[in-house]
Design a protein around this ligand. Structure first.
Ligand SMILES: Cc1cc2nc3c(=O)[nH]c(=O)nc-3n(C[C@H](O)[C@H](O)[C@H](O)COP(=O)(O)O)c2cc1C
Length: 360
């Protein structure tokens, strides 16, 4: 993250945090009037993880809208490429007014988060002049954006969509960050797509790994007993359910993994799907030179395989078959027993990073 300074209207300096890769599509965050850029910090970091370049701007100290509108137009003119502007509260009116004339030259889209009702501005017909894609996000308990005036505003947006997030209060950005992010990312994917990357046979394996990493997965720990009867295990996200009748699943194990020889020989193995609190377990079972079971509660299942007690689900399997597959082997197991606690949240993995669910 770097701190930069834009020149606002009349040369007034405006501070901003700049986050993310400069080649990623930009998003400009505008706070509510009276709040600082700190209000958007969590959202900014999450957007960077989703491959966005983020500029998180501070407004000047002023109660009136007019200088903020000129400031925003000045900042947008200084940005190298057209961002999607995401604005909170009255920041939404700054952005709406700044983009209502020739907005498409300055921004690729506009997201208005819990923008309060301003009858006068609505009567001005500003919405109809916003010729760029717009998303209105409003909280269910919030008085903002409800009523006929704001319905008229929303209906007049030429390229508009509305997202209602229920059971939350006015301060959406902090109150229901997950829900807001879900809406935001969906809008950005639709309205500000990224350039595709390409892997071709013969390209470097890193690019293939990046391509594979676009498939979001859960995380498992595959466990077994080695020939000496000691528990072994490794972190694996290559888990797939294969068949219901008979009940089969598979995991793919690297030939080079330290646990590969034991898993090749084992007549039974376990697959423990991790929950949100087990990120340290995932790290430990993927790191070299760790005593993986030292501080790890586990108990033998009915076939003796080690099962990690607090998992989301633990499958106990009898080995069905093993298939060589390039630098991995595919281990297919017949499920003997599954113990699960479906109310827990999963630990997820996507593009090389741990993730959690976004609730819609
Ligand atoms: C999120 C994640 C998913 C992984 N998935 C797999 C997998 O599906 N198959 C595999 O062989 N290794 C996978 N690994 C790597 C192994 O966990 C790691 O190489 C192994 O535990 C190294 O230790 P070892 O050689 O002592 O077994 C994964 C690692 C992480 C962090």
């Amino acid at each position: 993250m770097s701190l930069i300074e834009y020149k606002g209207f009349g040369g007034v300096p405006l501070s901003a945090d700049m986050l993310g890769d400069e080649n990623d599509p930009p998003v400009l965050l505008i706070p509510e009037i009276g709040q600082s850029r700190a209000a958007w910090r969590d959202v900014a970091e999450a957007l960077v993880l989703s491959g966005r370049r983020v500029v998180n701007l501070d407004l000047r100290d002023a109660d009136q809208l007019a200088p903020h509108i000129e400031d925003l137009r000045a900042v947008l003119a200084q940005m190298g490429s057209r961002p999607v502007v995401v604005a909170a509260g009255n920041g939404g009116w700054i952005a709406t007014r700044a983009l209502a004339i020739d907005g498409t030259h300055l921004a690729a889209g506009l997201v208005l988060v819990d923008m309060p009702v301003d009858e006068e501005a609505i009567a001005d017909g500003l919405a109809a002049r916003l010729a760029l894609p717009a998303l209105v996000v409003r909280g269910g308990f919030s008085p903002a954006q409800s009523g006929t005036a704001s319905d008229a505003f929303n209906a007049a947006l030429p390229i508009g969509q509305i997202a209602d997030i229920n059971e939350c209060d006015l301060e959406l950005a902090s109150d229901r960050k997950e829900a807001l992010l879900g809406q935001l990312l969906e809008f950005l994917e639709l309205r500000q797509p990224r350039d595709a990357m390409e892997f071709k046979a013969g390209s470097d394996p890193r690019t293939l790994r990046d391509a594979m990493g676009c498939f979001a997965t859960g995380i498992t720990i595959v466990t077994a007993l080695d020939a000496a009867g000691s528990p072994v295990g490794l972190t694996a996200n290559s888990f797939t359910s294969v068949s219901l009748d008979p009940p089969l699943l598979l995991v793919c194990i690297a030939n080079t993994a330290g646990t590969a020889p034991a898993l090749r020989e084992a007549g039974h193995f376990g697959v423990n799907v991790l929950q949100i609190g087990q990120q340290p377990t995932s790290n430990r079972f993927a790191a070299k030179g760790e005593d993986r079971f030292a501080n790890q509660p586990w108990a033998p299942g009915q076939t003796g395989v080690p099962l990690l007690g607090s998992s989301l689900v633990s499958f106990e399997c009898e080995r069905e078959s093993l298939h060589e597959a390039g630098d991995h082997f595919i281990l297919i197991g017949r499920v003997v027993r599954a113990q699960f606690e479906p109310h827990r949240d999963p630990l997820l993995y996507f593009r090389g990073k741990y993730r959690r669910l976004h609730f819609a």
